[in-house]
Design a protein around this ligand. Structure first.
Ligand code: SF4
Ligand code: SF4
Ligand code: SF4
Length: 273
């Protein structure tokens, strides 16, 4: 029997786009996969096993009935990686938390709504311990390979914690604020090499907030371009499951500079994902 680390992939509520990203990596993935045994991957193979060392978990938790399965995976795995922003943050469907679940079920399924189970959308870290989060919707393929290499070498992976603006500026991309768009780059975690702004699009914050967002700087930029609180809150609420805290951030970001008391400490959002 091979003594390579056994790797398994699992999914919960999501579009499976992050697993597809992994599948499409090609040569760099094939190289690193020589050092592991893939034992379970529903999207790629029919074999499966209950014995694994590293679990990549994609998708968020939306049903209480999924929690026991998630906990079983955690019990079996030595290391758990949250694969993508659904697993790490809640994902785009976290916006469902702003509405009554029963109303949403009725909208989607009409008089069959009672046959379906749904609840608060949350990241897997709300239920189990996560060793490494890989952010992004979808993930950055290079980061996946990097994380896997770190795990195989037994080295800690430093999750990027600078703002997207940092990578955007390093690459010399034109700021999309100057083209009339709102960009969440000033407070969003980098690691994607500013892929959206490289193509002239704004950052939607798919990698979540940095741990200590520079709200003052974000607010200055927003004020300078005269954006409304509603526009900002709408954008902040796309990815993070911590809607109240995101709202708090958005309100602080939108608060006119002149309303701040003189000499007050810069507003800090604190640790968040
Ligand atoms: S993070 Fe985005 S791409 Fe990945 S599974 Fe979720 S919705 Fe799909
Ligand atoms: S605000 Fe957006 S476009 Fe402008 S520098 Fe930051 S990441 Fe780039
Ligand atoms: S630029 Fe923003 S929205 Fe685009 S991939 Fe990076 S973090 Fe996500």
């Amino acid at each position: 029997m091979s003594n390579k680390p056994r790797v398994a992939f699992f999914d919960f509520a999501c579009c499976e786009g992050c697993q597809l990203t992994v599948l499409s990596i090609g040569e760099p993935l094939i190289e690193v996969l020589k050092h592991v045994d893939i034992v379970t991957w529903r999207e790629a193979m029919s074999e499966k096993s209950d014995e694994f060392d590293i679990a990549f978990i994609e998708g968020s938790i939306t049903r209480d009935s999924d929690v026991p399965r998630l906990k079983r995976i955690r019990e079996k795995a030595r290391l758990v990686v949250a694969l993508g922003s659904c697993a790490a943050l809640g994902g785009p469907h976290v916006s469902a938390n702003r509405f009554e679940t029963s109303e949403l079920l009725e909208l989607a399924y009409g008089n069959k709504a009672e046959q379906y189970e749904a609840g608060e959308v949350r990241p897997i870290s709300a239920e189990i311990e996560v060793d490494v989060p890989i952010y992004g919707c979808p993930i950055n393929a290079s980061e996946f390979v990097l994380v896997l290499k770190h795990l195989l070498l037994g080295r800690p992976y430093r999750v990027p914690n600078e703002a997207v603006c940092y990578e955007c500026k390093l690459n010399g991309y034109e700021c999309v604020f100057d083209k009339g768009m709102i960009c969440l780059g000033p407070v969003t975690r980098c690691g994607c090499n500013a892929i959206c702004t490289s193509r002239g699009h704004r950052c939607f914050g798919c990698r979540g907030l940095v741990d200590d967002p520079n709200v003052d700087a974000a607010r200055d930029v927003l004020e300078e371009h005269d954006y409304s609180l509603d526009e900002i809150i709408g954008m902040f609420q796309i990815y993070s499951h911590r809607a109240p805290r995101v709202q708090q951030l958005a309100e602080a970001a939108a608060e006119p500079q002149k309303k701040r008391s003189k000499g007050s400490e810069p507003w800090r959002f604190g640790s968040t994902t």
